[in-house]
Design a protein around this ligand. Sequence first.
Ligand code: BG6
Ligand code: MG
Length: 218
Amino acid sequence: MNKGFIFDLDGVIVDTARYHYQAWKKVAQQLGITFTLQHNEALKGVSRLQSLEILLSLGNIKKTETEKQALARQKNEIYLHLIENLSPQDVLPGVHSFITNTHNQVIKIALGSASKNAAYILKKLGIAHLFDARVDGTMVSQAKPNPEVFTKAAHLLGLAPENCLVFEDAEAGIAAAQNAGMKSIGIGNSTTLYQANLVVSGLDKLTVKQALNLLNSY
Ligand code: BG6
Ligand code: MG
């Protein structure tokens, strides 16, 4: 079948979104910036440096490029420490069976993540082999909502954008899918992800047939 499913990583396959939040929260505290879960929604899906820019603008703080690099590095060190013990048990409910069923329907599978830690995380989760293609933060120059990550993933799968369906937990990710000319399923809250074609609370609440029907509908 000439169809493909493209999965975001953080917040879709594994609940690392909360560790990103915790790490940014520490950096924010150190800078005296008030940073809430609501503020964090704007950081989801966007690159590490872009996230820092958003955080600094929340506090109206200016930093030099060198200082920004140091802060981004510091955030990543905190984050890596938080995900040190990640294991196959941390794969979110329904993900394994959804991906296995996708394979059984001969639908191609790609990862489309902004994270530079994606390969490391997939390895820790023991699911790297399930993906036909992987595009992550080390391979793109534009952060979501730019469509680059999904356009590249579709290209690697050898598929046209209209034959790909994106699974995303971030507002910026849903916008990136739209900008790539792809339909999307939001994983999370329909208030935040209202631009998605369908929103579910997790992959355990969705069948491959429902997803395919959505992809095939006009
Ligand atoms: C995305 C996350 O998947 O990856 C963002 O939703 C994160 O919160 C981005 O900033 C970059 O991740 P990393 O691991 O390269 O810092
Ligand atoms: Mg995400």
